[in-house]
Design a binder for this molecule. Structure first.
Ligand code: ADP
Length: 453
């Protein structure tokens, strides 16, 4: 997967999360507002019903006949019926803590309009009831929640209940209302708290979603990179194998063909020479196939390393002994420089054996008569440092950065597969080892790597 498309998906995911968060927040705000409104209306309705039930209808409606104009307000306030009903409304208002105004309403037969009779607000005796959403008579008679409506002093929530006479006739109304602003100032605190909780929840889920998408994309990107690398490796491998296999195979094929064709005319010495050459060819092929197999296992992480504590100086001496014979045949000296007492290293013995084997065989390959190969072991800064130093041909500076690449042979004229150091690098990477090479052309080479102790 390309980096750009990953970036795009992440951007789209972020936009989607932001949209979901906005939608959830707005939706949650309006849903909660509606719920609080319903609750408040229900409360107003209960208050209206309770107070209306207590008011005596006949006495209440009779008040208008006794005090038929607004000018008689001071007188009506001292009337015992007025005082009784006023007190009931005032108490209900006090007890319920609803910042509402409460008033009774009748239809004035003279003006044929709804007028306020007794109110918890002062100066409202027989004042005309107005407001856009005043209900028709039939709705008034049933009572119930008026809901949200607009009056001349702004938006209100309201509920009403019929005031009955003794024989069950509706003689008036009791209306309870609350200004929308006062309702909002109570509800907003709770709504905002809930909104913040919802928002935090959505943001946390959003972040988790974003992180998991990011992880999935990262993994996919890595897989795609690995696939590409594998594909390159496959191509490189095919090109190199076909080149490296063709030469020894052509030789083997040629010698066997000659042996078969001239089996009667070949003398014993020549036949043996041909057979030895054929054998050397198959040995070369075997090395190539073995190293390829080993490298492919290491690169595909099929190898599990078995870390164990062991004495590195013992391993170094063993390997030096194994190479002593071929070194002395070439006139090269091999020596080990290591203190007697050293802490144990923690590594995979077989794999480190392979590293030392490859480094030592290279060192010998690029040394000639009179040269020296030294394997050094010492403890530095809590790590074991192992070096293989030779006084051989050395390596050109421009070859050094590519030395650990697969199939890289540099300017070497020596036979080889170019896989030995790639195997070394893979094993050392598995051990989290620090490794390096220093070389001066014509003077010699030193490979160094560290191991945990
Ligand atoms: P090869 O099978 O060719 O030795 P390696 O991966 O082991 O493959 O080495 C890669 C190349 O590094 C060699 O071809 C050679 O050019 C160079 N090289 C490695 N070790 C040494 C050394 N000790 N001295 C000089 N050149 C070396």
């Amino acid at each position: 997967m390309k980096k750009k498309s990953t970036q795009n998906i992440l951007t789209y995911t972020m936009i989607a999360i932001a949209l979901i968060a906005t939608y959830v927040t707005v939706n949650s705000y309006y849903t909660q507002l509606a719920i609080y409104q319903e609750k408040e209306l229900f409360k107003l309705d209960c208050i209206a019903n309770a107070v209306a039930y207590k008011i005596s209808g006949e006495e209440h409606s009779g008040l208008v006949d006794k005090y038929p104009s607004q000018a008689l307000l001071d007188q009506v306030k001292t009337d015992s019926v007025f005082m009784k009903i006023y007190e009931q409304m005032f108490m209900a208002k006090e007890m319920t803590k609803v910042p509402s105004s409460m008033f009774t309403v009748i239809k004035d037969s003279v003006s044929n309009k709804f007028v306020k009779v007794i109110s918890t607000n002062d100066n409202e005796w027989l004042s005309e009831l107005s407001g856009k959403s005043r209900q028709p008579d039939s709705v008034y008679a049933k009572g119930g929640m008026i809901g949200l409506y607009e009056a001349e002093d702004g938006l209100h929530l309201g509920a009403l209940s019929p005031v009955m006479s003794g024989d069950g006739e509706v003689v008036g109304m009791l209306q309870v209302e609350e200004s929308f602003d006062s309702f909002m100032s109570k509800a907003q605190g709770q709504i905002y708290t809930n909104l913040v909780i919802t928002l935090i929840f959505v943001i946390v889920i959003g972040i988790l979603m974003f992180l998991s998408v990011k992880n999935i994309l990262k993994r996919q990107e890595k897989l795609a990179e690995e696939k590409l690398e594998l594909e390159n490796f496959r191509r490189e491998l095919l090109a190199n194998i076909s080149h490296d296999l063709r030469t020894p195979l052509a030789g083997i094929h040629g010698y066997i063909e000659t042996l078969l064709m001239k089996k009667d005319s070949l003398d014993e010495v020549t036949r043996e020479k041909y057979l030895i050459t054929t054998l050397q060819g198959t040995a070369k092929l075997k090395i190539l196939v073995d190293e390829l197999f080993e490298l492919s296992k290491l690169e595909s992480k099929e190898i599990t390393i078995h870390i164990e504590p062991f004495h590195i100086q013992d391993l170094v001496h063993d390997i030096a002994n194994q190479f002593k014979l071929s070194a002395s045949e070439k006139g090269v000296e091999i020596c080990v420089e290591s203190p007697e007492q050293l802490p144990l290293v923690k590594a995979d013995l077989a794999l480190i054996d392979r590293v030392l084997h490859n480094l030592l065989s290279n060192a010998l390959k690029y040394c000639s008569k009179g040269d020296k190969v030294t394997i050094g072991v010492r403890e530095i800064a809590g790590k074991m440092q192992i070096s293989v130093t030779d006084t051989g041909s050395g390596i050109a500076a421009e070859d050094l950065p590519h030395l650990f690449d697969r199939f890289y042979k540099g300017r070497s004229s020596q036979p080889g597969t170019g896989l030995g150091l790639a195997i070394v690098k893979n094993i050392l990477v598995l051990h989290d080892s620090q490794y390096q090479v220093q070389s001066v052309l014509g003077e010699g080479t030193q490979f160094t790597f560290s191991l945990n102790i």
